[in-house]
Design a protein around this ligand. Structure first.
Ligand SMILES: Cc1cc2nc3c(=O)[nH]c(=O)nc-3n(C[C@H](O)[C@H](O)[C@H](O)COP(=O)(O)OP(=O)(O)OC[C@H]3O[C@@H](n4cnc5c(N)ncnc54)[C@H](O)[C@@H]3O)c2cc1C
Length: 408
């Protein structure tokens, strides 16, 4: 069996490695022209993610660094509001990407191959690329992310839906912070909850970049900020007046916009959190929900963010992609000679998971969304911004979420 994997990020690499181990002929096609490792930041890990990596013979233990300490919510002055034990392990995106990429045969991973369309016959599927090249296989896996070309062709109606806010983000090397801030931050996971907003920051113990020997301790921060569609249009307009749609490359964010974010951080957030935010160059990503009606049609399936995008509050994008890939592998193990039955199994299990995780993430961000859309009928439960709830539920362990305990 031959699989064409569209998208060579984490979801695509999990599927590619697992199917390769099952004896499949696998090729990966990635639109971007070079290694992705330098572009990721911090990720939350789950036991299930570590287990999938272990299944592939990859041990994360050396690169995970120390567990993050308690979760602490403070007010604007830095006074304690709520504290809860946490002891989770945070990692870096590159720590997962690098070994997955290195494990997969380089000659089967093709950079600068953007899919434009695919065509199916009863016996095979053909992928058409931007440069005119084509590839033929038994199965096409769309692991091409939020703006998936594969999903657009399968389900043009399944468009990303804007959540009414953006996540301002940044990654700041610890050595850039003052000794006082470093001491206060220690190794904890910090929250500040101005009304209708959520800011958090946590340590990314180590970053492993290609060719890099140095070990960094960096602070990863995220600030969910209500942003109407009109305000988003302004954020996405560069200094020359050009509008870039619903996102803008970080270097093109206008200096006045960056300055405003830093100024807001100084006035709205605790001083040591504001120092993290103002020490580097903030950028933002707009928050979207994506839901596909199903995960497979004919000889084509979706995987990871191409199928379902849950807001980052669940901290589960990478783990979800990994578990999709495991479920796909398991489905072909159970139905080795029957592509249609394997994909039916995969689609029914993972569509249910996708719907549930998107709903959970939407619930966790509803109080931020409500600021941009006050006219919608919000329930009290959706508007609950209590630190007790958020410190417990944001990025909770998969094993602590009964509604997500589904067969793979
Ligand atoms: C560079 C990068 C950095 C990231 N950093 C973080 C992070 O720090 N923390 C975090 O929690 N999550 C991060 N994510 C998101 C996280 O990896 C995903 O949510 C999760 O792993 C699911 O991944 P995915 O492979 O399904 O989708 P994605 O990671 O979005 O990957 C989709 C891939 O498909 C490629 N692609 C898109 N269109 C086409 C096409 N037409 N043809 C071929 N290829 C195409 C894209 O270039 C991309 O590499 C990052 C994603 C990327 C791409």
């Amino acid at each position: 069996m031959k699989a064409l994997v569209i998208g060579g990020s984490l979801g695509g690499l999990f599927a590619a490695n697992l199917l390769l181990d099952l004896g499949w002929d696998v090729e990966v096609f990635e639109k971007v022209g070079d290694d992705l490792a330098a572009r990721g930041a911090g990720i939350g890990t789950h036991r299930e993610l570590v287990a999938v990596l272990a299944d592939l013979g990859i041990s994360l233990s050396e690169d995970l660094g120390a567990a993050v300490g308690d979760r602490i919510c403070v007010d604007r002055e830095g006074r304690l509001v709520h504290r809860a034990p946490w002891a989770h392990v945070m990692s870096a995106w590159a720590n997962v990407y690098r070994p997955l990429k290195d494990r997969f045969p380089a000659g089967r991973y093709h950079f600068a191959k953007g899919l434009v369309s695919f065509a199916e016959t009863p016996d095979y599927v053909v992928a058409n690329f931007e440069d005119g090249m084509t590839a033929t296989g038994d199965l096409l896996i769309g692991a091409d992310g939020l703006r998936s070309t594969v999903r657009m062709q399968l389900f043009p109606e399944a468009q990303p839906r804007y959540g009414g806010y953006v996540a301002w983000r940044g990654l700041v090397e610890e050595s850039l912070l003052s000794p006082a801030a470093r001491e206060k931050l220690s190794d904890n996971y910090w929250f500040v909850l101005p009304k209708g907003e959520m800011a958090l920051c946590y340590l990314v113990p180590r970053l492993r970049m290609p060719g890099q020997r140095r070990v960094f301790r960096s602070w990863n921060w995220v600030w969910y900020d209500p942003t109407t569609e009109a305000e988003l249009a302004d954020l996405c307009t560069d200094a020359t007046g050009r509008n870039h749609g619903i996102g803008i490359p970080p270097p093109l964010i206008r200096p006045d916009v960056i300055e405003r974010v830093k100024e807001n951080a100084r006035t709205a957030l605790a001083p040591h959190i504001a120092e993290v935010i103002t020490a580097g160059q903030p950028f933002f990503q707009s928050i979207f929900d994506v839901e596909s009606p199903r995960m497979a049609v004919g000889r084509v399936c979706l995987l990871g963010d191409a199928a379902f995008v849950a807001r980052p509050h669940v901290g589960m994008g990478v783990t979800k992609g990994a578990l999709d890939a495991v479920c796909l592998r398991n489905s072909f193990q159970q139905h080795p000679a029957d592509l249609s039955s394997a994909l039916d199994r995969y689609s029914s299990l993972r569509t249910e998971f996708g719907k549930r995780v998107v709903a959970r993430a939407r619930r966790l961000g509803a109080f931020v969304e409500a600021v941009s859309y006050p006219e919608r009928p919000w329930t009290e439960e959706q508007l609950d911004q209590s630190p007790e709830r958020l410190l417990r539920e944001v990025a909770a362990s998969l094993s602590d979420i009964p509604e997500l305990a589904l067969e793979i």
